[in-house]
Design a protein around this ligand. Structure first.
Ligand SMILES: C[S@@+](CC[C@H](N)C(=O)[O-])C[C@H]1O[C@@H](n2cnc3c(N)ncnc32)[C@H](O)[C@@H]1O
Length: 228
């Protein structure tokens, strides 16, 4: 399947707050079905062994359900985790805040736009879930370069793998969720997504060495990078 980049409705400045909240709720269901937090957690849990606090930032956090799930998993594992989440959308940040309060999750939230704000500093791990496919290849390279230039010593990128099967799955999932935005954006996201060889090429262009890129069920990949 050829890559075709079509802007997503969720990124439009014209989306109404009601549609945006409904789309974020739909996305939370998709994240839950596809074990998005579990994919990320499998790379965070092994880092909790030293006993010191691990500072984690989830960029483009959307409704915040992935960092909230990480917070819960961290608490259950007895690990010391300090979690933050950021997104360009104040509606998404508000959604995430309300969501976190509901779960009693102590997470710091802030607005941040990749294209206008400096990459936040002072984290051990930066997580990016379902964000890379929003970026064209030059933007994705710049994103990886900036993240790796000093913002954190580890990156975990969890995203869609472009494929016909993934497209059909996105369409089926979108049909059962009551969100017009997810119905349109789901299949669009898969068309915009990168294949594993393409992600490897983006990482190489960004100068990232020692990246590991692995497929994950269903039609996802996880890329990890560590400075050392
Ligand atoms: C598909 S959602 C993924 C949300 C969340 N990470 C998840 O896994 O459910 C993509 C998110 O990227 C955010 N986003 C898009 N462009 C951005 C940018 N330039 N800077 C920061 N966030 C951005 C959107 O607001 C949206 O919340």
């Amino acid at each position: 399947m050829k890559q075709k980049r079509i802007p997503e409705v969720m990124d439009s400045p014209d989306i109404s707050p009601e549609s945006h909240h409904r789309a974020l709720a739909g996305l939370a269901h998709i994240n839950s079905w596809s074990n998005s937090a579990g994919i990320v957690w499998s790379h965070i849990e092994p880092l909790l062994t030293s006993g010191r606090t691990l500072r984690v930032l989830d960029v483009a956090t959307g409704g915040g359900d992935v960092p909230i799930a990480l917070w819960k998993l961290g608490r259950h594992a007895g690990g010391k985790l300090e979690i933050s989440g950021c997104d360009k959308s104040p509606v998404a940040i508000e959604h995430a805040k309300v969501n976190a309060e509901k779960h009693g999750a102590a997470i710091r939230w802030f607005t941040w736009n990749l294209f206008t704000d400096p990459v936040p500093q002072g984290y051990d791990v930066i997580v990016s879930s379902l964000f890379m496919h929003h970026l064209d290849s030059d933007q994705a390279v710049e994103f990886l370069k900036q993240l790796a230039a000093g913002a954190a010593s580890r990156l975990i990128v969890n995203d869609l793998r472009r494929s016909a099967g993934g497209w059909l799955l996105a369409l089926s999932a979108a049909c059962v969720l009551r969100s017009h935005v997810v119905f349109i954006d789901g299949p669009r996201s898969v068309r915009s997504a990168y294949t594993i060889p393409e992600v490897a090429e983006l990482a190489a262009r960004a100068g990232l060495k020692n990246t590991k890129i692995e497929p994950r069920f269903p039609f996802r990949f996880v890329m990890t990078w560590s400075r050392t």
